[in-house]
Design a binder for this molecule. Structure first.
Ligand SMILES: N[C@@H](CCC(=O)N[C@@H](CS)C(=O)NCC(=O)O)C(=O)O
Length: 215
């Protein structure tokens, strides 16, 4: 089967899929779309939302559905994990960490090479509806870092050395994909333990953030 993944480089949901592709050692064609390209994603799946996976005639949205689809040996046990009693709590924790992560990282992401000037304007305008002016986000960096620290400590306390596990699981993929975005923020630094955790996942997943820019 051939796979084409349409994604945004900075997008944590897209990164989830890239990490799983790498872990499973499955080749795919990578297509990075411009953030202001509304036509291509809608043509693919009917929604302006990535990641989108096209395989043979089928196009799929939703990172977890894509992971379940490509993981034919059910290594990540997507259904079992997402139906388990603690998954709602885990998902809400992801949202909780996502908030300060995005507030810190978005003003930097938009200046990475993924964004043309037009895509940058589009991104900022759209994201400011939910988050307020980016200017304020940048002013409040200290506050977001302070909000994050205890949350990261909660993760750190559960590493065995993976999240509540001796081996890598779907939860590590979801956490790492969210946390990875923080590497772009100079005002924030991971603890050594968290950094090692993310680097361990990077190696296991053959994850190369810059793959589309540098090969
Ligand atoms: N539930 C979706 C969420 C995907 C999502 O939110 N993608 C964002 C990028 S991080 C998106 O495509 N946003 C389009 C836009 O806001 O224009 C998944 O897990 O795949």
């Amino acid at each position: 089967m051939s796979f084409t993944l349409y994604h945004y480089v900075h997008c944590p949901f897209c990164m989830r899929v890239r990490m799983v592709f790498g872990f499973l050692n499955i080749q795919y064609t990578s297509k990075v779309l411009a953030y202001n390209d509304e036509v291509t994603p809608v043509e693919l799946t009917g929604k302006k939302m990535l990641p989108a996976l096209v395989s043979n005639a089928k196009a799929l949205n939703e990172s977890l559905d894509i992971i379940a689809f490509i993981d034919t040996q059910n290594i990540f046990k997507v259904k079992e994990v997402t139906n388990s009693s603690d998954f709602k709590t885990f998902e809400s924790f992801l949202n909780t960490i996502g908030n300060p992560i995005h507030s810190l990282a978005m003003p930097y992401w938009m200046y990475t090479p993924e964004f043309s000037p037009e895509a940058r304007v589009y991104f900022q305008k759209k994201k400011e509806i939910k988050r307020g002016p980016f200017k304020e986000l940048v002013k409040n960096q200290k506050h977001f870092v302070q909000e994050l620290e205890p949350l990261l400590r909660q993760i750190e306390n559960k590493l065995q050395p993976f999240y509540e596990s001796k081996t890598l699981t779907l939860k590590d993929i979801l956490l790492a994909a969210h946390l990875w975005g923080l590497y772009v923020v100079p005002e924030f630094q991971f603890s050594e333990k968290m950094h090692q955790y993310l680097q361990r996942i990077k190696v296991l997943c053959n994850f190369n953030y810059h793959q589309d820019a540098w090969g």
